[in-house]
Write a new protein. Structure first.
Length: 346
């Protein structure tokens, strides 16, 4: 009798508890805000981080290499990157200096001789021809002295050029010669790269040239990170074959090593005001596309939309979506309109 009563009581109470048992807890979701702003459509192009100073340093005189900097060594501006044997040039300089001193001694003698002839001429003991000849010899020796001084300066300069100096501060990335090799004037001795002054070189189609200007900030993607960098220079000359032109963009991130590949988002339309949402907020079910908007009471409602231009990680939406609306970006797969949600991290 007691068991029968318990069964009857349970059968009476169970239907009353079904609404409580059927009520599921709020679903956890991630949300983001729809953005109302002025946007332009973007075209992603490839770019490369380059150095503004990347040069093959050449020798300015010929001779045998006596030292060259190691690969990876930092050379400051004005410091030698290689040296050339200057023994022969030092001997040549000594010969030039000796010749100069001999000519100066000859000039002193001719100057004194001209003074004596002038004194004799006052007493009518020297002819006019003798005076003219002495003056001419003195003038010629003065010119020879000037030539000798130039020869000394030229040899001194060639000796200075045996120290191949870095025109800018950089790192030696390649040695073109080894110690003991003989090089001629203009021969390349090492490659020097300035790793501090960098920029991005990107090739863009001619069709976007009207939307790019100096100072415009563009999105640069390197590996998994994105940042904004200004356009530094636009080279408005297109290649006849590729129909591309060059754009230079600032590379301020220290992580961008020279030679790193990057992707650059360049505008390819006039800017206009529109509403954009993250691509993850779009839900496709069959032929229907919609977003799930979170209301003030933390329930979701379905809003049908159409898409417009792509904006990197964002996409334009056309429909009843306003800037500032909260749209579900994660956890929308199993949600139904009217379902209560809890915002992760909220």
């Amino acid at each position: 009798m007691k068991n029968t009563f318990s069964i009857l009581l349970l059968s009476f109470l169970l239907p009353l508890s079904w609404p409580l048992l059927a009520q599921s807890p709020p679903a956890p979701v991630s949300v983001d805000e729809a953005r109302l702003d002025t946007f332009s459509a973007s075209l992603w192009v490839s770019g490369t981080v380059i150095s503004r100073n990347d040069a093959l340093i050449g020798a300015e005189t010929d001779g045998r290499i006596t030292w060259v900097a190691d690969v990876g060594e930092t050379i400051m501006e004005g410091q030698p990157i290689a040296t050339i044997d200057d023994t022969d040039l030092e001997l040549e300089l000594q010969d030039n200096q000796a010749m100069l001193e001999s000519l100066r001694a000859r000039e002193h003698y001719l100057g004194n001789n001209l003074e004596r002839l002038n004194s004799l001429a006052l007493k009518n003991n020297a002819s006019v021809n003798q005076l003219d000849e002495a003056q001419a010899e003195l003038d010629m020796i003065v010119q020879e002295i000037r030539r000798a001084e130039i020869a000394v300066a030229q040899t001194s300069r060639r000796i200075d050029q045996t120290r191949v100096l870095a025109p800018f501060t950089g790192i030696v990335v390649e040695r073109e010669v080894q110690v003991g090799e003989f090089v001629g004037r203009g021969a390349q001795v090492a490659r020097l790269v300035d790793t501090q002054n960098r920029e991005i070189r990107a090739q863009a189609p001619l069709g976007v040239s009207g939307y790019i200007r100096e100072g415009l900030e563009v999105s640069v993607q390197f590996q998994e990170t994105s940042t904004l960098s200004p356009v530094k220079r636009v080279i408005p000359v297109g290649d006849e074959r590729s129909r591309m032109f060059e754009v230079r963009i600032a590379a301020n991130d220290p992580a961008w090593v020279v030679g790193s590949p990057v992707r650059v988002a360049l505008p390819n339309s006039d800017p206009r005001r529109l509403v954009a949402v993250p691509r993850d907020a779009l839900v496709l079910r069959g032929s229907e596309m919609f977003v799930l908007r979170v209301t003030n009471d933390n329930t979701v409602e379905k809003v049908s939309v159409a898409t417009g231009i792509g904006l990197g990680n964002l996409v334009e939406v056309i429909g009843d979506v306003s800037g500032g609306d909260r749209v579900v970006t994660r956890g929308a797969e199993r949600l139904k309109p009217g379902q209560e949600v809890v915002i992760a991290g909220g």
